[in-house]
Ligand binder design. Structure first.
Ligand SMILES: Cc1cc2nc3c(=O)[nH]c(=O)nc-3n(C[C@H](O)[C@H](O)[C@H](O)COP(=O)(O)O)c2cc1C
Length: 172
């Protein structure tokens, strides 16, 4: 047992990794027109009425300022066939969208083709929390398709019932 005031970061990450999640790409357009996107599994729904969702953005990430300032952002919930997209958007870089099929939503958020669901969110609130910023969005538009989700558990991509890719490493 580890007491809360002596949290070992590695052990804490391992414990949190026991919580299985889906995988999303959170995306926006920077004021200079650059497309921004990163892989996120901290996404969750918050409220049905009004429809609110949140994602936690690491303050150390290069695109955090763009996301926190953006009037809107998109969330693409990945299918089990999109491990390569998740890996691509989990690496720092300016040209993540190159070679990836995507479209702009009506409100102007980049949405990844082949996602099993997508949301277009208006910025609702950004709350500073430790080394992350909790970005809360109000859902303005959304859609969903048939298909199986990409899962993440114990630092590995998983499908429902079986592993579908080798272990991946995260920088934070
Ligand atoms: C499965 C997975 C989930 C991730 N979830 C988050 C997350 O919820 N929030 C976050 O800030 N970074 C998360 N990351 C790390 C970012 O995707 C990674 O740091 C990315 O390079 C950030 O983009 P940027 O450097 O272009 O800003 C995750 C990475 C992986 C592989």
């Amino acid at each position: 047992m580890t007491s809360p005031d002596q949290v070992n970061v590695l052990e804490f990450r391992k414990a949190m990794g026991r919580f299985m999640t889906g995988v999303t790409i959170v995306s926006t357009v920077a004021p200079d027109g650059t497309l921004r996107g990163f892989t996120a599994n901290s996404f969750t729904s918050v409220s049905l009425d009004p429809p609110l969702v949140l994602v936690c953005v690491a303050n150390a990430s290069s695109s955090t300022a763009d996301f926190v300032a953006a009037p809107s952002f998109g969330v693409s919930i990945l299918s089990q066939h999109q491990v390569d997209i998740s890996a691509r958007f989990a690496r720092p870089g300016d040209n993540k969208f190159e070679g990836v099929a995507w479209k702009l939503s009506e409100r102007g958020s980049p949405i990844i083709h082949g996602a099993i669901a997508w949301l277009d969110c208006a910025r609702h609130e950004a709350i500073s929390a430790g080394d992350h910023t909790i970005l809360i969005g109000r859902v303005a538009e959304f859609g969903h398709e048939n298909g199986m989700p990409l899962g993440y558990f114990g630092g590995r991509y998983v499908g429902l019932g079986r592993d579908i890719a080798p272990k991946v490493s995260r920088s934070h």
